[in-house]
Design a protein. Structure first.
Length: 137
């Protein structure tokens, strides 16, 4: 089943064809530069507003969104990513009763000395805590 809406957060690079496809299909995105310049909380609020009309959300956290300083063991490490705090702020802001599932992708254990796995575990823990808190309200 095709999702009703796709929003990419932390985009750092895209080719002309990807931008054309995003515009044609209604894929919205927030770049890593927007997050770095405006701050994660204002972007999280914009993201929350954009997702307000939807009853169910599925969240994929691709650790490539992080700067390699925070998650070096990913498939495509690229400079100018966001930091761990921004990732957790963004993810946790949209973790509410509507989230029907989430996944964390792009940990490459063969290249990891532990840092990327620790960041992945922290993100998962924080999102699970936020989801549990939202379900108790």
């Amino acid at each position: 089943m095709k999702p009703a809406k796709i929003v990419e957060v932390g985009t750092r690079s895209a080719c002309k064809e990807e931008l054309t496809y995003a515009k044609k299909t209604g894929v919205d995105f927030f770049t890593s530069q927007e997050i770095i310049k405006q701050g994660s909380i204002p972007i999280a609020e914009q993201l929350k507003e954009k997702l307000l009309p939807y009853d169910n959300l599925y969240l994929t956290v691709d650790l490539d969104v992080l700067d390699p300083a925070f998650a070096p063991a990913v498939q495509n490490p690229e400079p100018e990513g966001i930091n761990t705090t921004a990732l957790i702020d963004l993810a946790c802001t949209i973790c509410d009763k509507r989230v029907i599932g989430f996944d964390v992708a792009e940990v490459a254990p063969i290249y990891d000395q532990g840092l990327t796995a620790i960041v992945a575990a922290k993100a998962i823990f924080e999102m699970l805590c936020r989801l549990e808190k939202s379900r108790k309200k």
